[in-house]
Ligand binder design. Structure first.
Ligand SMILES: *Cc1c(COP(=O)(O)O)cnc(C)c1O
Length: 402
């Protein structure tokens, strides 16, 4: 059966508008389309393909488990899930893990747990959830409501209640909003979709202190920032602030769908048998792949490599900007970088993405003003150099077309 990009418009719900080419194969940080044309991948499946495409050890883990056992449901537990949970709790503040299939589901579980915890311990009045403008937490109705972009949450009728937002990095505004009625605060310790916005360390510390003061749980959404992306296994480790609940997905499965919610024993207790669940969550295939991805990422070699690769990106992007003067700032951390456009190119991030695609380079945007890179943590330096040479040609094309 012959399928092309045109087939998409005939058979798919039109909620996406994918690129003109259809990728068919990937290896490391290179991808090939239906016509055999080759691309360099700086997008990493939106911060998912943490070890590139078809990493041999992940392929091994998948096929080995694929020949053993795929699915059981949560009527039974399984070895890969138990091993992965043990490794995650060993590596983090957490004692307990709940597995889901995506970031939104991990966040949904975190929010439901927080509401349960507050109801059990303090009663009905303590139900407020505070989150931040421009934050992104997924697309279920609860998580999209907690996210700070009404463009994503409006248009679906009445929203889940008791959700309030305030400005990121504004401790004064946050202090005015939080009270003893606050049950939880959800934040990204580096805003991804919102435009690659780093938190001010004092802001994060202040949020933690105010959560403690008002007995509110602090939930870090590390779906995008986690699993080595910032050069720390989780971004909280670089901030010196520990959350009560942490969610992880995207890079966790290295390309295989999985999500996880991590927390302490005392908080976890409030999700008693029957209170929450998922048919596929914690399935052996996903957990076997994630276990291998975690083993590889959580090493000195990979994590310090992220730092070195960030330095290379920054050096070469700086040179491009010296020549073309299009970026106001290169921001973000590790392999989650944003090129924020200056006033002259305001609102034109998509033009840079399209020009990059024309040069056979896959990049992302984060809002209208930021070109985002979220490549493999082990992207070879030669692919960074070649990719940025293509990016320079793309930048030149946008500048010339002006
Ligand atoms: C992508 C993302 C999500 C949603 O994850 P899905 O797997 O798409 O449900 C949630 N939070 C953050 C910070 C994300 O970047």
């Amino acid at each position: 059966m012959n399928v092309t990009r045109a087939t998409f418009d005939e058979v798919m719900v039109p909620n996406y508008n994918p690129a003109a080419m259809v990728p068919v194969r990937g290896e490391g940080s290179r991808v090939w389309d239906q016509d055999g044309a080759e691309y360099i991948d700086f997008a990493g499946g939106i911060a998912v393909n943490v070890l590139g495409h078809c990493h041999p050890e992940l392929v091994n883990a998948l096929t080995e488990q694929g020949n053993k056992l795929w699915h059981l449901s949560n009527v039974f537990t399984n070895e890969p899930a138990l091993r992965l949970a043990s490794k995650l709790t060993d590596a983090t503040f957490a004692d307990r893990v709940y597995f889901a299939n995506s970031g939104a589901e991990a966040n949904e579980a975190a929010l439901k747990l927080a509401r349960r915890w507050a109801l059990d311990k303090f009663g009905e009045e303590k139900n407020q959830i505070i989150a931040f403008n421009k934050g992104f937490h997924g697309r279920t109705f609860f998580t999209v409501t907690v996210g700070g972009q009404s463009a994503y949450s409006d248009g679906f009728g009445p929203k889940p209640g008791a959700v309030d937002h305030c400005e990121y990095n504004n401790l004064e505004a946050f202090e005015k909003l939080i009270s003893d009625k606050t049950c939880a605060v959800m934040m990204e310790p580096l805003q991804g979709e919102g435009g690659i916005i780093s938190p001010d360390p004092d802001f994060v510390k202040g949020v933690r202190e105010l959560c403690d003061k008002h007995n509110a749980l602090l939930i870090f959404d590390e779906v995008q920032s986690g699993v080595g992306r910032t050069g720390h296994l989780y971004a909280y480790m670089g901030l010196g602030v520990t959350p009560d609940i942490l969610t992880s997905a995207k890079s966790l499965g290295g390309g295989f769908p999985i999500g996880a919610m991590l927390t302490t024993t005392a908080i976890a207790e409030h999700l008693k048998p029957g209170t929450h669940g998922s048919t596929y969550g914690g399935n052996p295939l996903a957990c076997a792949v994630a276990e291998k991805a975690l083993d590889i990422v959580n090493t000195r070699e990979v994590l310090s490599g992220v730092e070195a690769k960030e330095a290379l990106y920054r050096e070469l992007l700086g040179k491009i900007n010296d020549k073309y003067n299009v970026f106001e700032e290169i921001r973000g951390k590790g392999m989650l970088l944003g090129c924020a456009l200056n006033k002259e190119y305001e609102g034109r991030a998509r033009d840079f993405l399209v020009a990059s695609a024309n040069e056979h380079l896959m990049v992302l945007v984060a809002g209208a003003n930021v070109v985002r890179f979220a490549p493999s943590l082990i992207i070879p330096d030669e692919d960074i150099r070649e990719g940025l040479a293509r990016f320079e040609r793309a930048v030149a094309a946008v500048v010339e077309a002006k």
